[in-house]
Ligand binder design. Sequence first.
Ligand code: FES
Length: 104
Amino acid sequence: MTVRFVASEEDGGTVTEVAADPGSNLLDLAHSFGVPVATLCGGNLACRCCRVALLEGAEVSAPASREREALEEVGAAPDERFACQTTVEGDVVVLIPPLDEMLS
Ligand code: FES
């Protein structure tokens, strides 16, 4: 399966396409390939700065109740997920917001 990370235009619009095994964590996968998805908590759903958007049709794990609550608290759009809480189940396109937005 293929995961395509698309950086924001502000961050250069770089597209990084990688092969992924089923069950790969999206944040770990991004960092393995040098894709800058922000994290301050190491993936514990505490910093909430790893929020990314997934293009329609993305094959990923369903959010657990803890993540659903966190998404609701930050007013996330329906296509948004926390990368640290998302695992890959098929082809996925990930839109990464500007880094300064992720860290604000
Ligand atoms: S890395 Fe902190 S919430 Fe995902």
